[in-house]
Design a protein around this ligand. Structure first.
Ligand code: ASP
Ligand code: MG
Length: 434
C-alpha cells in the first residue's frame, strides 16, 4: 500500500492513513515524504551547492520547525514526542553536515532522502503510540539499482525477504518510497515521483496479491479534470492502457510503476485516501474489448521535421537520423513518416541545437515548439472499426500537426498546438464519452 505526499501531508492525514492501514493486516506500507518536503530539500541542496550556507541554514531550520509542529500535533505522549524530535533532529543534522562538503556529488541525493526517512519514522512513532506493532524496513537495506541504473530485482527480493523474515511478529511494515542505493552502494533515488515505482518493485519482490497506490483522487479519470468538466474514473485498465496514460500525462501514477507489476502479473489498484470505499481503478491484464477508455495530454513537446530527397527509396535513412538522437541522449516520443520526410517529437530540448545542427546534413529541418500530444487510449486493435474516425472527427476544428496510430493496439496520438489543448480534450470527451 503506497501513500503519496499529500496522503501523509499533515498530522491529520498521517492519522487517517494509520487508521486505514492498521485494520488491513500485515501489509507493506510505502510512504513518500510529506508534501512539499522534497521540493524544500531540493531548495536546501541548491543553496548548499551555490555555497550559500546562510540561506541553507535558514531553510533547514524552517523545515525543522515545521516538523516539530507536526510532531506536537501527531503524537500526544511527551516521551514519544521527545523521541520523535530526536530522530528528526538527527536527520536535520545530517543535512547540516553536508554544508561542510558542498561539492560532494552525492549532496542532493543525501539531502532529499531525508524526506522519506522522516515521514516513515513519524508514521512508525504514531503507530506505536496507537499500540500497533509496526516495523520499519529501511529501504536502503534492500532497494538497489544495478550498473545500468535499473532496479536490481533479484537483490531487492533477496534482501527484502530476509528483512521480513527477521520480523515475523510485525503487525505491519513501513518503508520509504523513492530512495535506494546505486550499484556502488551510494545513496540514490528513483527520480521524482518514484515512490510509485518503489511500491511496484516491492509488490513484485514479495509477489503481492495486489499493489495499492493511494492518492487523493478516486482513480484514473477518463480525461484531465483540470481542463474538462464531468470526467469520470475509469474502473478497469489494461496494463498497456495504464502505461500509455501514465506516460502521456495522467499525473496520478508514475509511468515506471507499471512494468514490474505487469511482468509479474500483479494487479495495481488506484485508490483514494479521502474516500477509501470508492472502487478506484483496477489495472491488470484484462482488456475490455472495443472500448475507448481515456484521453490524456502531454505538454512541452517539440516537433522536428526532417525533409530529404535522399530518403526516397533509400534504406538506412531512419537509422542515421535516430543515431543523432541517441548520441545526444534524447528520447523520441512520436514518429510519423512519409516517403520524403520524417517528423518526430521530443519532450526535452537540452540538446536540441546540436541535434538540429547534425540533422541539417540530411535536408531541411523544421521545428515546432509549444506543442501538446493528445493521446486517446483504449482497445484500438486495428480491426475494430470506427474508433479512429471518432477521434479524428472530434478534432475536426483543430489543426493537427501529426497523427500516430498502429504503433500499439492501445492508442492514437495527435500532436496539436498547446493553445488548442483544452478545446481538443473537451471535444474528445463530448464525442467519445457522452
Ligand atoms: N518524494 C518524492 C517526490 O516528491 C517521491 C514521491 O513522492 O513519489 O518526488
Ligand atoms: Mg506521485
Amino acid at each position: 500500500m503506497k501513500f503519496g505526499g499529500t496522503s501523509v501531508g499533515s498530522p491529520q492525514r498521517i492519522k487517517d492513513v494509520a487508521s486505514l492501514v492498521s485494520p488491513r493486516g500485515r501489509n507493506i506500507v510505502v510512504l513518500s515524504a510529506m508534501s512539499g518536503t522534497t521540493n524544500s530539500l531540493i531548495e536546501i541542496s541548491d543553496a548548499v551547492k551555490r555555497n550559500d550556507p546562510q540561506l541553507a541554514c535558514r531553510l533547514i531550520s524552517s523545515l525543522e520547525e515545521r516538523y516539530n509542529g507536526v510532531i506536537d500535533e501527531l503524537l500526544s505522549d511527551e516521551s514519544s514526542r521527545e523521541n520523535a524530535r530526536e530522530i528528526t533532529g538527527n536527520f536535520f543534522n545530517d543535512i547540516r553536515h553536508t554544508l561542510s562538503n558542498p561539492d560532494s556529488p552525492l549532496l542532493e541525493k543525501e539531502i532529499v532522502s531525508r524526506g522519506e526517512l522522516i515521514s516513515t519514522n513519524l508514521m512508525h512513532a504514531y503507530m506505536h503510540e496507537q499500540g500497533v506493532n509496526s516495523v520499519l524496513l529501511p529501504a536502503l537495506e534492500f532497494m538497489r539499482t544495478d550498473e545500468h541504473g535499473e532496479p536490481d530485482a533479484a537483490y531487492i527480493a533477496k534482501h527484502l525477504k530476509s528483512l521480513l523474515e527477521q520480523n515475523p511478529d510485525a503487525d505491519l511494515y513501513i518503508t520509504q518510497g523513492f530512495i535506494c542505493l546505486d550499484h556502488e552502494g551510494n545513496i540514490n533515488n528513483l527520480e521524482r515521483g518514484g515512490s510509485d515505482y518503489s511500491a511496484s518493485l516491492i509488490g513484485a519482490a514479495v509477489m503481492a496479491d495486489e499493489i495499492e497506490i493511494w492518492t487523493d483522487i478516486d482513480g484514473m479519470h477518463n480525461n484531465d479534470p483540470r481542463f474538462v468538466e464531468g470526467t469520470k474514473p475509469v474502473r478497469n485498465l489494461h496494463f498497456e492502457e495504464a502505461a500509455e496514460l501514465a506516460y502521456f500525462g495522467a499525473k496520478i501514477l508514475h509511468p515506471t510503476c507499471i512494468l514490474p507489476a505487469k511482468l509479474n502479473n500483479i494487479p495495481v489498484r488506484l485508490l483514494n485516501t479521502m474516500e477509501p470505499e470508492a472502487p478506484g481503478t483496477l489495472i491488470d491484464n484484462n482488456l475490455e474489448q472495443a472500448c475507448i477508455k481515456a484521453v490524456a495530454a502531454k505538454d512541452n513537446i517539440t516537433a522536428i521535421k526532417i525533409k530529404s530527397g535522399r530518403m526516397l527509396l533509400a534504406y538506412g535513412f531512419l537509422k542515421k537520423v535516430f543515431e543523432i538522437f541517441e548520441k545526444y541522449e534524447t528520447p523520441i516520443d512520436m514518429i510519423t513518416t512519409s516517403e520524403v520526410g520524417v517528423s518526430v517529437t521530443v519532450d526535452n530540448e537540452r540538446n536540441l541545437d546540436r541535434i538540429v545542427e547534425e540533422l541539417h546534413r540530411f535536408g531541411t529541418v523544421t521545428i515546432d515548439r509549444n506543442m501538446t500530444i493528445i493521446c486517446v487510449v483504449g482497445d484500438l486493435e486495428w480491426q475494430n472499426r470506427g474508433f479512429e474516425a471518432k477521434a479524428l472527427d472530434a478534432l475536426r476544428d483543430i489543426p493537427v500537426r501529426m497523427i500516430s496510430y498502429g504503433g500499439s493496439n492501445y492508442n492514437i496520438s495527435f500532436l496539436i498546438r498547446a493553445e488548442d489543448k483544452t478545446r481538443a480534450l473537451r471535444a474528445l470527451s463530448s464525442e467519445i464519452f457522452s
